[in-house]
Design a protein around this ligand. Structure first.
Ligand code: HEC
Ligand code: HEC
Length: 185
C-alpha cells in the first residue's frame, strides 16, 4: 500500500516537473512582459499607447456606467486645469459639493452631487453625519479618475452583477453600508 502511493507521488512530481520545464523553455528572456516586442530592441517599435482623456467640457460629457455596485464613478469630463487638487484649489467642490450642486444644476442638468457617504465620518463607530465634506474625501482624484481611450493589454473578463438598473448609474452606499450590521451583535 505504502509503495503504491509512493509511486503515484513520484509520478505526479515527475509530471509536474516536465510541465514546468516545458513552460520555462517556451519563454526566452527576450520576451518577458506584456509588450510584444523584443526586450533588447528599445527602438521605435516599442511605444506605449498614448493616454487619451476625454475632452468634453463639464456639462456636455456622457456619464460612464459604474464598474460595479458603488464603484467610484469615473470622471467623464475634461479635467484640464483642475488637477492636481491642492488645499487651496479644489474646483471639483465648486460644482459637486451638495451646497453648490442644486444651483449649478440649472445650467448642467446631469450634474451628480457628492453623495451622503462623503459627508459622514466613516471612522467613527456611529458613522456620524458631518456638516461639511469629510476630510478623507477631499482629494477626489485619489478615487475618481478620468477614463482614457486605450486598448487594454489583457481583456477584462469581469462582468458586474447589479441588483437594479439604478446601481449602474448611481450610488446607494450610505443606505446600504449598514445592511447586516445588527446580525453581528
Ligand atoms: C464646472 C462644473 C464641474 C467641475 C469643476 C467638475 N465637475 Fe465633475 N461633473 C460635472 C457635470 C455637469 C457632470 C455630469 C456630466 C456632464 O454633464 O458633463 C460631472 C460628472 C462627474 C462625475 C461622474 C458622476 C456620475 O454620476 O457618473 C465625476 C466622478 C466627477 N464629475 C468628478 C469630478 C472631479 C473629481 C472634479 C475635479 C477634478 C470635477 N468633477 C469637476 C461638473 C463639474
Ligand atoms: C476615498 C475614495 C473617495 C474619495 C476621496 C472621493 N470619492 Fe466620490 N465616491 C467614492 C465611492 C466609492 C463612490 C460610490 C459609493 C458611494 O456613494 O460612496 C463615490 C461616489 C461619488 C459620486 C456619485 C454620487 C451618486 O449619487 O451617484 C460623486 C459625484 C462623487 N463621488 C464625487 C466626489 C468628489 C467631487 C470628491 C472630492 C471632493 C470625491 N467624490 C471624493 C469614493 C471616493
Amino acid at each position: 500500500m505504502m509503495k503504491k502511493s509512493l509511486i503515484i507521488t513520484c509520478a505526479l512530481f515527475a509530471l509536474i516537473s516536465i510541465g514546468y520545464a516545458e513552460t520555462k523553455s517556451n519563454e526566452t528572456e527576450k520576451e518577458l512582459g506584456l509588450r510584444k516586442t523584443d526586450l533588447y530592441s528599445e527602438g521605435n517599435e516599442t511605444v506605449g499607447d498614448q493616454t487619451k482623456y476625454g475632452k468634453d467640457a463639464t456639462g456636455t460629457s456622457t456619464k460612464i456606467e459604474r464598474a460595479f455596485t458603488n464603484a467610484p464613478p469615473m470622471i467623464p469630463h475634461d479635467v484640464e486645469g483642475m488637477l492636481p487638487i491642492t488645499i487651496k484649489n479644489n474646483q471639483c467642490l465648486s460644482c459637486h459639493d451638495k451646497a453648490n450642486a442644486e444651483g449649478m444644476k440649472a445650467g448642467m442638468p446631469n450634474l451628480t452631487a457628492i453623495p451622503a457617504s462623503h459627508y459622514k465620518d466613516l471612522r467613527s463607530a456611529d458613522q456620524k453625519d458631518l456638516p461639511t465634506l469629510a476630510g478623507a474625501r477631499f482629494n477626489c482624484s485619489q478615487c475618481h479618475a478620468p477614463q482614457s481611450e486605450t486598448k487594454p493589454l489583457v481583456k477584462n473578463e469581469f462582468t458586474p452583477d447589479f441588483q437594479s438598473d439604478a446601481e449602474k448609474k448611481g450610488s446607494n452606499l450610505a443606505e446600504t453600508i449598514n445592511i447586516g450590521k445588527d446580525t453581528l451583535k
